[in-house]
Design a protein around this ligand. Structure first.
Ligand SMILES: C[S@@+](CC[C@H](N)C(=O)[O-])C[C@H]1O[C@@H](n2cnc3c(N)ncnc32)[C@H](O)[C@@H]1O
Length: 350
């Protein structure tokens, strides 16, 4: 089909679209199916199995056996993955490129995209009311637990960004935390950042505050599995219940401040919880302020995420909005650090 529309004859035919426009839109449609193929490959362990097989690759029968999946479905996935350049099918054996596998599977990379695909697909399972939202403004209200589990996969990238990009910008904080201190993660989700922090800074004590019941249960389970119950405490509460003034050396919000019903009050409470010399750090993915910034791959992704946010009654925020929340809360103007990944840090010291 592409060959026909891409010919010079196609360009001159007024009943056919511009081949570039057609090609671009067709790629987007393919991208929709590609996202599903990636999601299936991640959730069913297909990419993991292929990576383990290395250069030998696997036949689809071997892949189905290794992942305990349905043979016919894996036959389809194999040639579809090849068509979408997610793997290469040659002489009946399927191989995954190491770079593709790393970008989709390695959670400690700042360019880890596996969580983005899981979140993108899982979030859209809830979009049956999206048309209604556009007509009436009615938001989704409650989301199923699977959504927050997917968020935990998504924010694995945030954790990589924090450790590799953010800490490189904060040498003083690293030096202080290495000596010990108390740290709180506000709306900690499944607690993965707390666990990573506990490992990186063996002398600190940590608290995770989270208000969603299923996330609290996951966070407590992960902490227990890691044997860190003596250093990490998970408290079920909203940020407004963070009532230990002057206690913490670091209060952290990861991809959470913009979702709070009252971000200003959240910041004020967080600030009061800081000990003298303590730091308030917000890591988030700001909404571009400049239309040009939307016209990038990153901007396309942010636009999709914002669709999901608005539908659930929350919103991403611009850098200016984050700064204005600090001002409204009566806090000092935070240092704004734009990180290479596209995330931003807002840092205020008490
Ligand atoms: C996108 S999640 C991020 C979770 C975690 N920080 C992470 O990085 O995985 C946003 C967090 O904001 C919290 N949150 C969302 N809406 C909220 C609300 N209305 N009140 C209080 N907390 C809320 C959720 O419980 C969730 O933990």
């Amino acid at each position: 089909m592409r060959t026909v529309y891409g010919t010079a004859a196609g360009c001159d035919n007024p009943t056919m679209s511009d081949p570039d426009v057609f090609d671009d839109l067709l790629a987007s449609l393919g991208g929709f199916y590609r996202s599903w193929l990636i999601y299936l490959g991640l959730e069913l362990g297909l990419f993991e199995a292929l990576r383990s097989a290395g250069a030998d690759g696997l036949t689809s029968a071997e892949l189905a056996a290794a992942t305990e999946t349905h043979r016919d479905a894996i036959d389809l996935w194999s040639w579809a993955a090849d068509a979408h350049q997610l793997a290469e099918l040659e002489d009946g054996r399927l191989r995954v490129d190491p770079d593709v596998a790393a970008t989709l599977l390695d959670r400690d990379r700042t360019d880890y995209l596996g969580g983005q695909f899981v979140h993108g697909v899982v979030a859209t399972l809830d979009w049956d009311g999206m048309l209604d939202f556009f007509r009436t403004g009615t938001t989704i209200g409650e989301r199923p637990d699977r959504y927050r589990t997917a968020i935990e996969r998504l924010t694995q990238q945030d954790i990589a960004v924090f450790f590799q990009e953010a800490l490189a910008e904060l040498p003083q904080a690293v030096a202080e935390l290495s000596q010990g201190g108390r740290v709180v993660d506000v709306h900690c989700g499944g607690g993965r950042w707390l666990i990573a922090m506990a490992r990186r800074f063996p002398k600190i004590q940590l608290v995770g505050v989270e208000f969603e019941e299923d996330s609290v249960a996951r966070a407590r389970q992960h902490v227990e599995e890691e044997g860190l119950g003596d250093r990490i405490r998970i408290v079920q509460a909203p940020v407004s219940k963070l009532t230990e003034p002057g206690t913490y050396n670091l209060v952290y919000f990861q991809y959470a401040l913009h979702q709070l019903p009252d971000a200003v009050a959240g910041l004020r409470t967080a600030w009061e919880a800081l000990a003298p010399g303590g730091r308030l750090i917000v890591l988030d993915w700001p909404l571009p302020s400049d239309p040009e910034e939307f016209r990038t791959r990153h901007g396309e992704l942010i636009a999709g995420v914002q669709l999901d946010e608005l539908y659930q009654g929350t919103s991403l925020a611009t850098r200016e909005r984050f700064s204005s929340w600090f001002a409204e809360a009566g806090l000092p103007e935070p240092a704004l650090i734009d990180l290479p990944s596209g995330a931003s840090l807002f840092v205020a010291e008490r």
